[in-house]
Design a protein around this ligand. Structure first.
Ligand code: GTP
Ligand code: MG
Length: 391
């Protein structure tokens, strides 16, 4: 599957940059293309300069709202991010059209952090605009939810996230939800290393996008997972997960390939890896709430059997009984078995509901405070009424 990836704001831009690197890897190691264009859009010129892989010209690193913000961002005011996107959106549309393989592109992926100003405000507007202009291709969003400490220290974090989620939900074909907090828990040393978090966020897309683009027979599985399967799977709220296991490369001469013990170990290992993918989903959710799902098994051809594929399918069906499940196998690198899982069309997402609920409180609180402030300012003015002014 081939994507055009457009990142908005600092978070979106950095993740789009990471997708550009993913494409470089696919090109270098596998001779295939998975990203036909990578773009970063920001109101902040310095953030755009900080990227490393997206082409450094004005048509790939697109500065918007320069006059309004002095190229210094919108300081978390997502209404301003949205307004600027409405005014300058055509710049993005024009740039996208220049993508080298635009007509081979299967879908758009727009990326932003929900809690900021530029990305959070611009992504719903641009999703709508791109859908209007390029109606034949699905438009997906990847939305990064804030760390817990950001939610606790800044009310605007909750408010922006709630507004962004509600807005994108009415325009995007599907929304990948990525919870920043989940990536801290995996390895606490990552706390300050956003670059590593971004690499973890995009990793599950590598095999997923590559599988359907393979041309060499030896890399085409018994059931190839292509863009059609992915597009049929993606709808509404969506999460993605990835699990991986190293396989031992040494085979002892007395180990027969058909050994039943080996086969049971293989199945066991496969299930274990799928378990990891599900426990490390990009956002905590209940797989039972998914109405569509997909899994991709990638391993050396010798390590994959129909039994293993079926066992994984049965396992996922138990966890997500409502879901229509699509699957594929992808004969790839020696020594690694990995599983990518997508759960989509989730009909319940606690985290999203919480943002909506808490945000309602935040709005009420802000109104009350505004009233108090107006009242107090009036008191000061009253007290000054007999004082002369120099103006
Ligand atoms: N995973 C990840 N999260 C990020 C990154 N950069 C920022 N964030 C998160 O995104 C949110 C802030 O959004 P930004 O992208 O910085 O904001 P912006 O869209 O540039 O908007 P303004 O700076 O307000 O104009 C916070 O929740 C951050 O934790 C990143 O590179 N990776
Ligand atoms: Mg910024």
């Amino acid at each position: 599957m081939k994507l055009i990836v457009i990142g908005f704001g600092q978070c979106g831009g950095r993740i789009a940059d990471e997708f550009a690197r993913l494409n470089r890897r696919a090109h270098g190691y596998r001779g295939i293309e998975i990203v036909t264009g990578a773009f970063a859009v920001n109101t902040d010129a310095a953030d755009l300069s900080g990227l490393s892989t997206i082409r450094p010209d004005y048509q790939h690193r697109i500065l918007i709202g320069g006059r309004k913000t002095g190229s210094h961002g919108v300081g978390k005011i997502n209404e301003l991010g949205a307004e600027i996107a409405r005014e300058d959106g055509d710049k993005v549309i024009d740039a996208v059209r220049t993508a080298r393989r635009f007509f081979e592109t299967d879908a758009f992926l727009l990326v932003a952090g929900a809690a900021g100003g530029t990305g959070s405000g611009a992504i719903p507007i641009m999703t709508q605009l791109i859908r209007e202009r390029y109606g034949d291709k699905p438009v997906y969003n990847l939305i990064v939810l804030p760390f817990e400490h950001e939610e606790q220290t800044e009310e605007r974090t909750i408010y922006n996230s709630a507004v962004c989620l509600k807005s994108v939900n009415s325009v995007a074909d599907a929304i990948f939800l990525i919870d920043n907090q989940r990536y801290i828990k995996k390895d606490s040393s990552l706390r300050n290393n956003i670059a590593q978090i971004n690499a973890l966020i995009v990793e599950p897309f590598y095999n997923l996008l590559c599988a359907g683009e393979e041309k060499k027979r030896k890399h085409i599985g018994a059931k190839m997972l292509d863009a059609g399967d992915i597009i049929q799977t993606l709808a509404g709220w969506t999460v993605i997960g990835y699990g991986k296991s190293q396989l031992s490369l040494i085979r002892f001469p007395f180990q027969q390939r058909r050994d039943f013990r080996k086969k049971s170990t293989e199945t066991h290992k496969g299930i274990h890896v799928m378990d990891e993918a599900i426990s490390e989903l990009s956002l905590k959710c209940n797989p039972g709430d998914a109405n569509r799902a997909l899994y991709l098994l990638a391993a050396p051809a010798k390590e994959m059997s129909m039994d293993l594929v079926k066992a994984l399918g049965d396992y996922l069906k138990d966890l997500a009984p409502k879901a229509i499940i699509r699957n594929g196998d992808y004969p790839r690198e020696r020594g690694v078995l990995d599983v990518t899982v997508i759960l989509s069309e989730l009909d319940n997402v606690e985290k999203v509901k919480n943002f909506y609920r808490e945000s309602a409180g935040v709005i009420q609180g802000a109104k009350t405070r505004q009233k108090e402030t107006t009242g107090k300012l009036k008191e000061i003015e009253e007290a000054s009424k007999d004082i002369p002014s120099l103006l």
